[in-house]
Design a protein around this ligand. Structure first.
Ligand code: CMX
Length: 135
């Protein structure tokens, strides 16, 4: 079962500019940036209460986020739900015939294991399952 909304990922062309805009709008000044090589993105994370906003800038032309921006423009890219045990949730989603993009978890931003479910499986919304790793 999903525990909470972990974060919303937003595809942006220019992360510095998006950070400035989101800081101005939210009045949240704290954030951190990291690069997730495997996903070919630079991620700026803002903590907003119990959840986060992740601004995603592609690091190469073949990044999934670059393709998304090319096809659909900037905007909401995915919703991530926190789960207790990602492998169990992947198995359950498979058994319920959801189309898994990742059938084994990968490493994502913010010290998490992640796995994506195809937007065709859920009304055009790309879903990320995420399990926080203990620090
Ligand atoms: N949300 C909603 N729809 C999306 C989408 C998204 N994020 N990305 C693509 N689509 C749509 C496409 O527009 C396309 O729609 P149409 O069929 O109507 O044209 C459809 O999904 C299928 O696209 P596709 O050609 O099969 O596949 P793409 O090459 O566009 O890849 C996807 C789509 C979701 C499989 C790919 O982006 C993927 O594997 N994503 C998971 C990894 C990822 O997104 N990583 C970046 C974030 C990492 C992080 O947060 O750490």
């Amino acid at each position: 079962m999903f525990k909470k909304i972990s974060h919303i990922g937003i595809a942006v062309k220019n992360i510095e500019q998006a950070i400035e805009t989101f800081s101005k709008l939210s009045e949240i000044k704290d954030y951190h940036i990291e690069t997730v090589e495997e996903q070919k993105v630079r991620v700026a994370t803002f903590k907003v209460g119990e959840s986060r906003i992740e601004l995603l800038e592609p690091t190469s032309a073949d990044s999934p986020v670059a393709k998304f921006i090319e096809k659909r423009g900037e905007g909401i890219h995915h919703i991530a739900f926190e789960v207790e045990n990602i492998e169990e949730e992947i198995e359950k989603a498979k058994q319920k015939n959801f189309q898994l993009i990742d059938s084994t978890p990968r490493y994502g931003a913010n010290n998490c294991l992640i796995a994506f479910i195809h937007p065709k499986s859920f009304n055009g919304v790309l879903v990320e399952l995420t399990q926080e790793l203990k620090k």
